[in-house]
Write a protein that binds this ligand. Structure first.
Ligand code: PLP
Length: 357
């Protein structure tokens, strides 16, 4: 039996997307591919609000997260860390042989504009990384406020992971001054895993051009040269690009504003449900994610048992990530999720634990 995915990635895939993936194969040096590539990157530019190039990489998000480090970190990188994925990005930065510092916040807290300003004011850094929506803790950091601070540091590359937020709310890449915005498609975009998307500002391309050790697979220069011909450096995951083509069609049919509103309403609804059952949200209310709700298990529910029983009832449920596994649970409401889907899960939870009715 298929367990319907309520975990924060990968997420449930719409049948139309799965059908699009069964499109017969084409060669990536054929004109049919260039047409597909051109259409998909044009659609992504509208969702990301960027006039700059949008590159398609065949990998999970961490491939491109590593690529951004290799291409854009020169002297030293400030890795802002407030959860498992941002912690790992710091580790990746060091493993690429770069000088870097982790600027840590307690799990459950956002990256703050004040700390970003203090850190970059030292003049030690020519690049910074942060995660917009820390999926491990359900925290969404105040990106517009951080972007305002970043304007004071034009020499610092502003590298942002939007894996679990892009398309669920407005993240206008150019207006925010993001130099490289990165995401994998298996979370907020609700596609199967294996495709990652990234942008590069003019400044990012200039920085990359002079960078040693860019490697090949994630070389921004290779991507730029190939994208100019609506192509990729090496063979792309064409089936997933067909899936993205279909998903963009679906996103524009729903309407961007309507998509953002659906996610805002779902987030409110799930937070309300959790709070009314006496659970405490893990993040502070104003930093709660728009795409997943992370709750403390302050009622002492046996989450392992709940997860098992939900699994038997056809629902994949998440009982926390990393060091807060068992102490928290997360309910994803990203991608194509609807109120009816969420109600299905909540009803199943109440059936298993009647005192939560
Ligand atoms: C899931 C996730 C990642 C890791 O993505 P992979 O595709 O597994 O490499 C990175 N950042 C965030 C915010 C995530 O949620």
């Amino acid at each position: 039996m298929h367990k319907k995915l309520f975990i924060p990635g990968p997420v449930e895939i719409h049948p139309d997307i799965l059908a699009a993936m069964a499109t017969p194969m084409i060669g990536h040096r054929m004109k049919e591919y260039a047409e597909l590539h051109g259409r998909v990157t044009a659609g992504l530019k509208k969702v990301l609000f960027t006039e700059g190039p949008v590159f398609l990489a065949t990998s999970s998000a961490f491939g491109v997260m590593e690529g951004a480090i290799r291409n854009l970190v020169g002297a030293r990188c400030a890795n802002f860390c407030n959860g498992a994925f941002s912690d790992k990005w710091h580790d990746v930065t060091l493993r690429c042989g770069k000088q870097a510092d982790a600027i840590r916040f307690d799990w459950g807290k956002p990256v703050t504009p004040e700390t970003v300003e203090l850190t970059l004011s030292t003049g030690k850094y020519d690049s910074m990384t942060m995660i917009h929506n820390e999926t491990s803790t359900g925290v969404m950091s105040p990106l517009p406020e951080i972007a305002s601070v970043m304007r004071k540091f034009p020499e610092v590359m502003f590298i942002v992971d939007t894996v679990s937020s892009m398309s669920a709310l407005k993240v206008p890449v150019d207006e925010l001054g993001i130099d490289s915005c990165i995401f994998g498609v298996q979370k907020a975009f609700a596609l199967p895993p294996g495709l990652a998307v990234f942008t590069a500002s003019e400044k990012a391309l200039q920085r990359a051009a002079g960078m040693e050790g860019r490697g090949y697979y994630y070389d921004y220069m290779e991507f730029a040269a190939n994208d100019a011909k609506d192509n990729t450096p090496s063979t792309p995951c064409i089936s997933l690009i067909y899936a993205m083509d279909k998903q963009l069609e679906r996103i524009f049919a729903e309407g961007l504003e309507a998509r953002w509103a659906r996610h805002a309403a779902l987030a409110d609804y799930v937070r309300g449900w959790v709070a009314s059952r006496g659970f405490e949200l893990f993040p502070e209310a104003r930093y709660c994610s728009q795409t997943l709700t992370c709750s403390r298990n302050n009622r002492g529910i046996d989450l392992a048992v709940l997860k098992k029983k939900l699994g038997e009832a056809g629902f994949a449920f998440d009982d926390g990530y990393g060091k807060i596994k068992g102490e928290t649970f997360r309910i994803a409401h990203m991608g194509d999720m609807t109120r009816a889907d969420i109600d299905g899960l909540l009803t199943a939870i109440v059936t298993i634990i009647p005192e939560l009715a």
